[in-house]
Write a protein that binds this ligand. Sequence first.
Ligand code: C2E
Ligand code: MG
Ligand code: MG
Length: 508
Amino acid sequence: MSAGPRSDLVGGRVRPDISGFGEAEARQIIAENLALERALEDVREAFEENGGRSSDAAKLVDARLRVLRLAYRDGLTGMANRSAMVKHLAGTVDAADPGFQAYLTVSFEDLGLVNDFFGFEMGDRALRSIAELLTDMIEVPDGESSLGVAPVAVARVGSNVFGLHFGGLSDSREAAETEVHELAEPLFTKINAALRSCLGNVVDADLRIGYVLYRAADGLDGAQIFTRAETARRRALSPRVSREPVGFDAQMTEAMQHRANLLFDLRHSLEDGNMRVHYQPIVDADRHIQGYEALVRWDDPVRGLVQPDDFVPLTESTGLIVEIGAWVLEEACRTLAGWSRNDETAGLFVAVNVSEQQLRQPDFAETVREALRRTGARPELLKLEVTETMIHSDVDRTVAVLQDLRTDDIEISLDDFGVGYSSLSYLKWLPVQNLKIDRTFVMNLVEDPLDAAMVEAIIALGHVMGVSVVAEGVETEEQFARLREFGADRFQGFLFGRPGELAAPPID
Ligand code: C2E
Ligand code: MG
Ligand code: MG
């Protein structure tokens, strides 16, 4: 395997002075920046007029090159930065080589954790240790490379992301895929070893690797190669744990296009009046309806009724959920206020799901109070559903916000209990009054004795902690019977009613 064309631009570390910039390298950079080129021509003229290198002119050249260096180097690690890598990749597509090349992108997902727990200095040190390791790799001949094949160029392309370009892979896509997977494994191990010696940790760091294979014949430009690998790496983020590099495929672009279209339409959905709230009954052991959970639906003119799993995550990753969530809350409160005007429905509660971004808004508690005030709904009949992950991400703040809401008698429910890093111990100090056992446990309750034991234990412990326990996703009479035996307080599921529009709530 040949190493492919080497590029000084995306090579080693920052040299101490401008003489370290090779002539070819400087020329390449200058050619890309006309304004600077003109400035340097001025200097050359000055040289000629003076018949030699005047100290002023030398300083000017020095300054110009420093500016160039800033534009193409990453300040923290001294590696090439993203624009240098994109330009480098652009240069690789002219290669006469018919074989595949690969651009890999590796993210160090624990950087935020390191910064939070050990401080930014330690985070910087971790990044520098990765940078040093990668930079050393390009100076090694292929035969001696610890990866089997040495990268042609390396760069820091994002705050926690590094890029590596490999040239001269096989002519067959399959073989090239194998080569990439073969070099990703030692790369993973090496980076982990470097981080371990820097941070002194014992567990593997969370590294995600995406890559794209390309050939000159593909006609891609530098930015396209770069973006494709980033898309693949983002895909690699979805499994909870993974060491597998994810390769780009065309479907990912389609998926991105689909996402972009969805988001575009979603942004207008509220103002166009296309959001709906459906309500699903929650019953007691005698099947009497106690209240309803409000569940959002998107009634798109083209797509039809879209379920939350198909759009809520997208609104969460874009912050749109804050607006939509506030609307759902107000709608639910309006429904609640309507119920309270009728004796038969006056005691029903409504449960509303709250996303992490909503809870993180500094004025979240105020938004809730405003919704109650505007609609005239009674706060003690409003339950807010939060999930465990929200609590883990910022315990102190979450507890403070929830406690604030508790002063108005609003109840808090812990939704989807059991699927996260469930720990009943923190229920002791969380202001939570209800626990909703996730439907994945209820699903296998009758067949799986382990799930049955878990559900029984959660219910028993929940009661010891003074919280009421709701079972989600009850679909069969057998499940209902077992849950009643275990002492669950309330039940929700298709057995009692599917989510639906609620013109006038059915009274049992
Ligand atoms: P969730 O809060 O756990 O809601 C319960 C989900 O389980 C609902 O799905 C409901 O239709 C479904 N379900 C209820 N009973 C059964 C059953 O017996 N069998 C099965 N198979 N499923 C059952 P839905 O409406 O599709 O909502 C999915 C998730 O989307 C919700 O899970 C919640 O996390 C989120 N979501 C829904 N509405 C909102 C909202 O207004 N805001 C936010 N932030 N998230 C929402
Ligand atoms: Mg819920
Ligand atoms: Mg749930």
